[in-house]
Write a protein that binds this ligand. Structure first.
Ligand SMILES: [Zn+2]
Length: 344
């Protein structure tokens, strides 16, 4: 594509004065990693690629399923029937929208072992994950290598987002501590509608565009919470960084330096994988049973809960947070099912 054609492609964005020609050049030189290519990830990737960000790395451990199609706008029925890895299918679709860019697909689980390698060579990290285990890894890499990152989460009809800049703003640990607890609502227990996903993803992207084009004075610098069903919107300014924060204050990167992964995994018998939180947690089996009634047959007593999810998959959850995932030999699938149905 010639220089003139490129200018034409991005002409409406260049006309937007805070970006302009200078901003467009900066976008072309920028590098982004997107962690998680589900609903948020696909929505962000579409905007980022069409905006002309020069290098985009797509990271996802999962395959496309029919239940993704309601909100994961890059995928179609054929992708789901072929059960393609999300990162691969997304790369194909995105290159059709903009063949000028470098797009890299990584079909991996982000762990303490590979997080720095996957995330430390970019200008901004975009969070499209559905769990705090990975968010703490992102936060550790971000603080350690001084890389801004856009946090986003959406379930049901509500979502939360923030744009963190190490050394300028508080970090995730400043805001939430090192342990947000387990048993959070997830898309797989309380559902999610597409509009909230698009909105949160758009907030993540716009802050990223502001930062990459040098418009840092326009950044929000706060935590934003939106419930589009109840018509609520709340904003909390960041305030000061915590000087005694274990992560950005003291430089202790607990998630990155975890000797084992936050979830210890071991095969224990045929087609069963044990998934265990690093430190014992107390879960309310009754509360989790109530949430899971909508997704499968649940039985529980004071010691354990068992849910049948179909496709011969069953999860047995113990009161200390440990779970046995029956019906798969894939560690990544077991881990994914745990994140989705138990939450963390
Ligand atoms: Zn901090």
């Amino acid at each position: 594509m010639t220089k003139e054609q490129q200018k034409e492609r991005y002409s409406r964005q260049i006309l937007f004065r805070p970006i302009g020609e200078g901003g467009q050049v900066r976008l072309a030189q920028a590098r982004i990693a997107i962690v998680g290519m589900g609903a948020l990830g696909t929505a962000m990737a579409t905007q980022i690629v069409r905006a002309g960000v020069g290098f985009v790395r797509l990271i996802d451990r999962d395959i496309i399923e029919p239940s993704n199609l309601q909100r994961q706008s890059l995928y179609d029925e054929r992708d789901a029937s072929e059960a393609l890895p999300k990162a691969i299918a997304a790369k194909d679709k995105l290159l059709k929208a903009n063949s000028e860019l470098e797009i890299e697909a990584k079909v991996v689980d982000v762990t303490a072992q590979n997080a720095a390698e996957l995330l430390s060579d970019v200008d901004v990290i975009l969070d499209g994950t559905d769990n705090f285990q990975v968010r703490y890894l992102i936060n550790d890499v971000a603080v350690k290598y001084n890389i801004p990152w856009a946090y986003g989460g959406a379930v049901s009809a509500h979502g939360t987002t923030a744009f963190f800049r190490p050394s300028e703003t508080p970090c995730l640990v400043c805001l939430f501590g090192t342990d947000p607890g387990s048993g959070h609502d997830t898309c797989d227990t309380v559902g999610v509608i597409a509009p909230i996903v698009s909105i949160i993803a758009s907030y993540q992207v716009v802050e990223t565009l502001k930062y990459l084009t040098g418009n840092t004075a326009a950044l929000r610098n706060g935590l934003l919470y939106i419930d589009i069903w109840k018509n609520e919107l709340r904003q909390v300014a960041f305030g000061q960084r915590k000087t005694d924060c274990s992560c950005c204050g003291k430089g202790e990167f607990h998630a990155l330096h975890a000797k084992r992964d936050a979830l210890t995994l071991s095969m224990c018998g045929r087609r069963t994988i044990q998934v265990k939180p690093q430190a014992p947690v107390e879960v309310s089996l009754q509360m989790i049973a109530q949430r899971l009634h909508a997704v499968g047959r649940v039985r529980f007593n004071e010691h354990l809960l068992r849910v049948e999810l179909g496709n011969e998959i069953q999860i047995t959850l113990f009161a200390d947070g440990r779970a046995l995932v029956h019906g798969t030999e894939e560690v990544a699938i077991a881990r994914d099912l745990y994140a989705r149905y138990i939450g963390m």
